[in-house]
Design a protein around this ligand. Structure first.
Ligand SMILES: NC(=O)c1ccc[n+]([C@@H]2O[C@H](COP(=O)([O-])OP(=O)(O)OC[C@H]3O[C@@H](n4cnc5c(N)ncnc54)[C@H](O)[C@@H]3O)[C@@H](O)[C@H]2O)c1
Ligand SMILES: *[C@@H]1O[C@H](CO)[C@@H](O)[C@H](O)[C@H]1NC(C)=O
Ligand SMILES: *[C@@H]1O[C@H](CO)[C@@H](O)[C@H](O)[C@H]1NC(C)=O
Ligand SMILES: *[C@@H]1O[C@H](CO)[C@@H](O)[C@H](O)[C@H]1NC(C)=O
Length: 353
């Protein structure tokens, strides 16, 4: 098959990493770089590809791609995505899909009507530990999923909230929309959709409008339940980044952040230990427990995510994180915020598209 032509839209912080990944892929070719700012031109020159200032310029050119990766600021994702979708270009949009549910829904609907594939860049689904965890869950070794216990607890220093990012002090800058959205998407990936939430706020110490965390109760579509502790104001190694080492700016510690309880065994991540009564012992609290270590294959999430995007465009794979999945994560975050405001549980209705 000829390489799939992919353009990268927006090359600020994260865009260049996508562009370099595309340029290095045997199955994709970098069609062009688009950025409103002339800095985009320098990267295009370096990677020896055409540069366009706007998406419209790209779409009118001979370099119109098969797919595009949208790495522009959050509030522009939908507008840029709509323009690409209407022109028949497949999309991988960086998370979050949109800044509100209605506009995200419009993008999902438009992509569907235009017959283009829409992926959302929740690249943690391609983290080595998560791929191995998913495999273990799917294998049935744990039995039926009964409950999960999750933690995302860390400490953001005060200067994180200083200009030019003082928007993080506002209601929309809190830990739910910025960090919990990743946890929600991971739980959707591993355990299925969340259908009810209740959030009890942790004490606010900073005094900003932004939420600092919550003790959260979850119900999943499968009937399984979960409890989750979220806090960005408590020093702790129990969070995805410190656990897996996926972010080079956050030191790896390797402590657990998910404990999963099945009818046959329990399983914790990222130590990847399965605890059960083994095949010989009686299943009873009086029996000694045995542990098994799940193997993790090292992979590069950005590369796997791109290869997945290519395979989806080729019609070989179904989207791992579809537009509807990206939207679902946002919908659950909104439900959590509503629960914090009302002090009551919130039942979640997912739109048909
Ligand atoms: N998955 C991840 O790990 C990860 C990490 C960082 C950022 N992100 C996401 O990626 C997106 C971009 O983040 P960033 O930190 O790179 O942002 P950034 O502000 O550094 O870069 C955005 C770039 O887009 C350009 N741009 C803005 N509007 C445009 C338009 N209409 N057409 C073309 N170019 C346009 C800007 O000139 C800028 O160069 C955000 O949605 C963010 O949430 C994801
Ligand atoms: C390229 O595509 C082929 C066929 O789909 C696949 O087997 C191969 O793994 C891909 N290459 C990479 C680096 O993923
Ligand atoms: C339960 O777990 C044990 C140990 O991991 C395993 O040997 C057994 O096959 C599992 N049972 C089921 C039904 O998967
Ligand atoms: C939006 O984009 C920025 C990157 O510029 C990111 O840090 C932030 O967490 C994103 N999400 C929200 C909800 O603002």
């Amino acid at each position: 098959m000829p390489p799939i032509k992919i353009a990268v839209i927006g090359v600020g912080l994260i865009g260049p990493r996508h562009a370099e990944t595309v340029a290095a892929s045997p199955n994709a070719s970098l069609a062009a770089i688009v950025d409103l700012m002339p800095t985009g031109k320098a990267l295009a020159t370096k990677l020896n590809v055409p540069y366009y200032q706007t998406v419209s310029d790209l779409l009118e050119s001979a370099d119109k791609p098969d797919g595009a990766i949208i790495c522009t600021p959050n509030h522009t994702h939908v507008a840029v995505g709509l323009e690409l979708a209407r022109a028949g270009v497949n999309i991988l949009v960086e998370k979050p899909i949109s800044i509100d549910i209605e506009s995200g829904q419009e993008l999902v609907r438009t992509a569907h009507e235009a017959g283009v594939r829409l992926l959302v860049g929740h690249h943690r689904r391609f983290n080595s530990y998560m791929l191995a965890a998913k495999k273990t869950l799917v294998s049935g070794e744990l039995g039926d999923l009964i409950a999960i216990n999750g933690i995302w607890s860390t400490y953001k220093p005060l200067d994180y909230f200083d200009p030019p990012t003082e928007w993080r002090r506002a209601k929309t800058g809190g830990v739910i929309l910025i960090n919990m959205i990743h946890e929600i998407d991971l739980m959707h990936y591993l355990f299925g959709r969340i259908t009810r939430v209740y959030a009890e706020p942790i004490p606010s110490r900073r005094g900003f409008d932004a939420d600092e965390g919550a003790a959260i109760t979850l119900r999943f579509e499968s009937g399984a339940v979960g409890s989750f502790l979220l806090s960005d104001n408590t020093p702790s190694p129990h969070n995805f980044e410190a656990g897996t080492g996926e972010n080079p700016l956050i030191p790896k510690v390797g402590e657990d952040f998910y404990r999963i309880f099945g009818s046959n065994a329990s399983f914790s991540i990222p130590d990847m230990t399965v605890w059960s009564y083994g095949s010989d012992a009686t299943k009873s609290w009086h029996s000694p427990m045995s542990k098994e270590q799940i193997k993790v294959d090292a992979i590069t999430p950005f590369v796997s995510q791109l290869e997945h995007f290519v395979a989806v465009i080729q019609g070989i794979e179904e989207p791992s994180c579809s537009g509807a999945d990206g939207l679902s994560a946002l919908i659950v975050c909104e439900a959590l915020k509503k629960s914090l405001e009302t002090g009551a549980p919130v039942t979640i209705e997912f739109p048909k598209i």
